[in-house]
Design a protein around this ligand. Structure first.
Ligand code: NAP
Ligand code: MG
Length: 454
């Protein structure tokens, strides 16, 4: 077994060594999860529901501890980290209602009765990225466990601390051994093994589009079920008829939240030309006020980037000569800090405008009218999220129907509500998480015909 030293992104100091699983250890845990599946699937629906509710209650009583771990490991602001831990609790509570409501159908057929069942798949392999270690894990394991599956979960190598703690809390809540397993390790090793080990019946992957495509190819060998949540380059579309002040005041949070390390970040800001200057003046004030500071402070709106590697990746997008309109502030001294940055690209061919940067960088382009806004918004291989700001309800409906993205908000920048489906169009993903539909992703439909003829 090898080790990985976790670095606090705010201080650049080592926090702790984590043991990484090798292939043999990974296979052992997968086998354990497969064994546990045969008993977990048979736990009475009411008992499975109670266990999930007690898991949620234990998470609830550990919100502060989990949040502090995320500040330490990932540099998330304490406010965000508390929301993230609370989201795990909420997702568990939401899906605790599922075991008792996994309805099939009774379909009229000649000569008998026909019933469908929603059967669990078996062991689910969840591969989590470093940007939202808690919520992204919960969106997988909540519905997966509720539907009667067992789980092996690989956190990102650099951000495993909250996942490891959630694994311990599950045991404290009475979830049986082997049902919910955390396997810290490298993607190229543990993650890859989830794809190749035939005992893993489905992969839930969130991360980069490049790695996601490789996993999709790998899953083809076993026709393994797969959900993908990949990158984004979402548009925040500001129409002249919107509440410009409100849209501008909210635009920094829409892209700089979590230091821009968010697949839903509105990293393309499209502003109608007639209000461009007015909007940009208000936006500049808001960006300069955006509080980038020690994420442990209650007032922090943005912390550092997660790692030195990510800082270098972001910096690479701003070579000398980059058309920077203005920047926010950042602290001096240690930490992987990058100031909120607003770019004015020459046109839509600009690299920083087209590619997912995953840092606090936004590119602004003007548009002429509604048709122009839709054309520019859809000129991307991605289609995850986005916002439309307009007071004209007809326009808001037309544009939200026309933008090719899975999750849109009108006069708001929020993307995630656990009650509603979440996922991407185009190269932003495959399948949906959260909401009532997520259970379909963790079950197979079985059809059984009963001949009733004498
Ligand atoms: P990544 O390489 O796609 O990592 C995501 C997860 O997949 C991690 O747990 C990773 O493990 C694992 N992984 C890596 N290679 C794998 C493989 N061959 N087989 C199975 N699993 C594998 O993402 P990243 O390197 O952390 O970030 C790179 C870029 O991806 C970011 O700059 C951003 O643009 C994008 N990204 C998007 C999201 C999103 O939510 N859509 C999230 C994260 C990153 P290890 O990290 O432990 O090796
Ligand atoms: Mg990687």
């Amino acid at each position: 077994m090898s080790k990985f030293t976790i670095i606090n992104p705010t201080t650049e100091k080592p926090v702790k060594d984590i043991e990484l699983a090798d292939l043999a250890a990974t296979d052992l845990v997968i086998a354990k999860a497969e064994k546990a599946f045969h008993t977990w699937r048979k736990v009475n629906p009411g008992d499975r529901a109670r266990l999930l509710r007690s898991f949620a209650a234990i998470v609830d009583s550990h919100i502060e501890e989990l949040a502090q771990l995320e500040v330490l490991n990932s540099g998330h602001t304490i406010g965000n980290a508390r929301w993230e831990a609370g989201n795990v609790r909420d997702v568990l509570n939401y899906y605790s209602a599922a075991p008792e409501r996994l309805f099939g159908k009774q379909i009229p057929v000649p000569n008998g009765i026909d019933i469908t069942f929603k059967e669990p798949l078996g062991v689910i392999g969840i591969i989590v990225p470093w940007n939202f270690p808690m919520p992204i894990a919960g969106w997988g394991f909540g519905p997966a466990l509720a539907a009667g599956n067992t789980v092996v979960l690989k956190p990102a190598e650099i951000t495993p601390m909250t996942a490891i703690r959630l694994g311990e809390l599950a045991i404290m809540a009475g979830i049986p051994e082997g049902v919910f397993n955390i396997i810290p390790g490298k993607g190229s090793l543990v993650g890859e093994r989830f794809v190749t080990n035939p005992l893993v019946r489905k992969i839930v992957f969130t991360g980069s589009t490049t790695v996601g495509k490789g996993i999709m190819r790998g899953c083809a060998d076993q026709v393994k079920r797969l959900t993908l949540e990949l990158g984004g380059k979402s548009a925040n579309i500001i129409f002249a008829d919107s509440d410009i002040q409100k849209a501008a005041a909210n635009a920094p949070g829409a892209v700089f939240d979590n230091a821009g390390q968010d697949c839903c970040a509105r990293s393309r800001l499209l502003v109608q030309r007639s209000v461009f200057d007015k909007f940009m003046a208000e936006f500049e004030t808001a960006v300069k006020k955006f509080r980038v500071e020690d994420p442990a402070l209650e007032s922090a709106e943005m912390g550092p980037l997660v790692s030195a590697t990510q800082l270098a990746r972001v910096q690479e997008y701003l070579p000398p000569g980059t058309p920077i309109a203005f920047q926010g502030t950042k602290p001096e001294g240690p930490g992987y800090w990058f100031a909120p940055t607003v770019l004015l690209p020459k046109d839509a061919s600009d690299r920083a405008y087209r590619e997912e940067i995953f840092g606090p960088v936004v590119s602004v382009l003007p548009f002429e009218d509604e048709a122009d806004a839709i054309r520019i918004a859809n000129d991307s291989e991605y289609g995850l999220s986005g916002s439309i700001w307009s007071r004209d309800i007809g326009r808001a409906i037309r544009v939200s129907r026309a933008v090719e993205a899975g999750n849109l908000s009108v006069n708001s920048n929020s993307s995630v509500r656990y009650w509603t489906p979440f996922g991407g169009y185009k190269q932003s993903g495959l399948g949906r998480e959260l909401g009532p539909d997520a259970l379909d992703a963790f079950t197979e439909v079985k059809n059984v015909f009963f001949d009733t003829q004498e």
